[in-house]
Design a protein around this ligand. Structure first.
Ligand code: NAP
Length: 267
């Protein structure tokens, strides 16, 4: 299927590895020009080289902007990248590292502010900076990488459960504002368990809490997923690219779960 977005400009945050990289890969394969972002400049540059090979085959370019997306200066840097400034992005995939795991009794106000900044206010700021330009041009796609924890909270991920629920509520309203009639969609993509470095760190935390080995925890977790396995970043990227496509113009304000069937509810 031709996704109809070749030549568009996308910003993909948190894209040197994991789910963000998977989204960037799927988009460049569709001929989308992609600005990728992460903090570690070397890892980001390595990712840009790998993506660049795919991009040139599809007639697209990849630009790397190393910055902390959770800071105003970081957002300014990515929004000023070619394809910008800001208002020229057609597609924005918001993403940043998830907050640490732990016990809610240990999280003080600073821990909460940091989580809310990274996983709620940063996506909102990126939406605010780009959405009106998209609406003026009659096409825009925003995909926020959130978490299945929005639908089925995980006890040790309280910071994530809370901050991402705030973003989800905001998106439910903003996506249905007048921008919806001007070709702009905003959706949240909710990963269950995908085999990335982030998953490795949450598995390590769960293993240490339970006094078990990491391999035992991985096996047990995968056995509880109806699909019988973790997801891959490539699978996640393909869903993201579809949401960014011309074909997904009638889907907005949705929370799309990709979890191998792990969420047990009917709705
Ligand atoms: P990952 O493999 O750890 O990759 C995170 C990416 O984001 C890296 O490129 C990282 O690079 C970048 N990043 C982190 N903090 C950043 C910041 N402040 N500014 C810019 N870039 C930043 O994580 P992942 O598994 O892809 O997860 C992506 C998101 O999905 C996270 O929020 C995670 O909590 C959520 N999630 C993941 C899963 C899963 O199973 N994997 C499940 C539910 C939710 P630098 O460190 O160099 O910045």
């Amino acid at each position: 299927m031709d996704l109809g977005i070749a030549g568009k400009w996308a910003l993909v945050c948190g894209a040197s590895k994991g789910l963000g990289y998977g989204c960037a890969l799927a988009l460049v394969r569709e001929g989308v020009n992609v600005v990728i972002n992460a903090r570690n400049a070397q890892a980001l540059e390595d990712a840009a080289v790998r993506l660049g090979a795919e991009a040139s085959a599809a007639g697209a370019v990849v630009i790397a902007v190393a910055a902390d997306i959770t800071t105003p200066a970081g957002r300014e840097a990515v929004l000023a990248a070619p394809g910008g400034p800001g208002r020229d992005f057609d597609i924005v995939v918001t993403n940043a590292g998830g907050p640490p795991t732990g016990d809610f009794r240990d999280w003080d106000r600073d821990a909460w502010i940091k989580a809310v900044d990274a996983n709620m206010l940063t996506p909102i700021e990126l939406i605010r900076a780009t959405v009106d330009g998209m609406a003026a041009r009659g096409f825009g796609r925003i995909v926020n990488i959130t978490s299945s924890a929005v639908k089925a909270p995980i006890d040790i991920l309280g910071l994530s459960n809370g901050a991402r629920s705030g973003l989800t509520g905001f998106v439910a309203g903003a996506s249905r504002s007048p921008i919806a009639a001007r070709g702009v969609t905003i959706n949240n993509l909710l990963p269950g368990k995908f085999d990335t470095d982030r998953l490795a760190s949450t598995v390590a935390a769960a293993a240490s809490k339970a006094g078990k080995g990491v391999d035992d925890v991985r096996r047990a977790q995968q056995a509880q997923i109806p699909a019988g396995r973790y997801g891959t970043a490539q699978e996640f990227g393909a869903i993201c690219a579809f949401l960014c496509s011309v074909h997904a113009g009638y889907m907005t304000g949705q929370n799309i779960l990709a979890d191998g069937g792990a969420y047990p509810g009917t709705f």
